[in-house]
Design a protein around this ligand. Sequence first.
Ligand SMILES: Cc1cc2nc3c(=O)[nH]c(=O)nc-3n(C[C@H](O)[C@H](O)[C@H](O)COP(=O)(O)OP(=O)(O)OC[C@H]3O[C@@H](n4cnc5c(N)ncnc54)[C@H](O)[C@@H]3O)c2cc1C
Length: 391
Amino acid sequence: MTLPTSSPSDPLLNALRQGVRQLMRDFPAAYWRELDEAQAYPTEFMRAMTEAGYLAALIPEVYGGGGVGITEASVILEEVNRAGGNAAVGHAQMYTMGVLLRHGSEAQKQTYLPPIARGELRLQAFGVTEPDAGSNTLNIRTTAVRQGDHYLINGQKVWTSRAQYSDLMILLARTTPKNQVKKRTEGLSVFLVDMREALGRGMTIEPIPTMINHHTTQVYFDNLKVPTENLIGEEGQGFRYILSGLNAERILIAAECIGDGYWFIEKARDYANQRVVFDVPIGAHQGIQFPIAQAYAQLRAADLMRFDAARRYDAGEKVGPEANMAKYLAAEASWQAANVAMQTFGGFGFAREYDVERKFRETKLYQIAPISTNLILAYLGQHVLKMPRSY
Ligand SMILES: Cc1cc2nc3c(=O)[nH]c(=O)nc-3n(C[C@H](O)[C@H](O)[C@H](O)COP(=O)(O)OP(=O)(O)OC[C@H]3O[C@@H](n4cnc5c(N)ncnc54)[C@H](O)[C@@H]3O)c2cc1C
């Protein structure tokens, strides 16, 4: 039996869910397990998602996309994770273009958005994090110095996921030294880097082996030339542009966690109902049943917060607190559900063929990236509750 969820019953959302569920039948758990073992890119999945139009969902129709809201987009990603898959790469192609859409010039949008919508151009790399800056983005050291018709980029990014599989990268770099800016949030700029041209001409990519299949890398810049026409928006305003996309991203990530959470709970419930060790199914024991019920209740509550944040976002409201709470609650709920599923499966939770260990590793990421749980709590403490700033 499929679990009841907190989703509003809406014809478009229902149709999207059915469509993604249908598509995901071609990408069962075994597909993701094999990719995970080979640390491979989900090429066929991405092709199918592109052909179905899901990855262009957030691109306005005038640029060849679906023009739907965050609520609908979040349902697409949720269903991928709920079916046992991993939406991360799809999320990247669906959403990284947001900076370009919100702050790019009309010429940039006309050039890039239609081929991104058709899946002919991959914009899946987002170069913000640096080794010595971490969560403190204002401390990044990669520099972009203007020289005539181009900028010269020098520095290093870390955790730039999908750099080897993407044609384009959104890059955040410092254009004015930190000690020369009026406001501490100024002096950073966003560039669209064509990685096909940059590779070997000032840009090198080094994969980082990780505990999940995330195609993540370090990227080094050594006098890379980026044409001035690839600057997005105004020079010096890049931090603001990156921030402006974070609320929508938080809601999408929350939805992926919710998808994971329902997957874990369904798996745990089904296993608990059929596994018999002391003459009755283990699910009859309250030590097994109650944690699953608790995880389900927490997940339903997080799901409500996610839909509240998504609805407000689509209505044009300011949603910083709601988007952050949705992401926080959903990441906590999916991690709780992951632990409960592991415990319910006992030793079999460790066996790859059940996929619990893979999803367990995958869902842990969301308490750390794209923003860690502590930084969300700091945001709520300082900006919503008006408590002292800790940094
Ligand atoms: C698999 C993976 C993929 C990623 N993909 C990308 C990507 O594509 N592009 C990109 O730009 N980045 C990416 N990231 C980076 C990710 O966004 C960062 O890891 C994340 O922002 C945290 O930064 P950090 O790892 O440097 O941790 P740090 O900032 O060093 O933090 C370490 C710990 O200290 C805590 N902490 C730090 N400061 C405070 C504080 N003031 N108060 C309380 N606690 C604090 C944090 O919560 C965390 O638990 C990825 C990371 C991973 C692991």
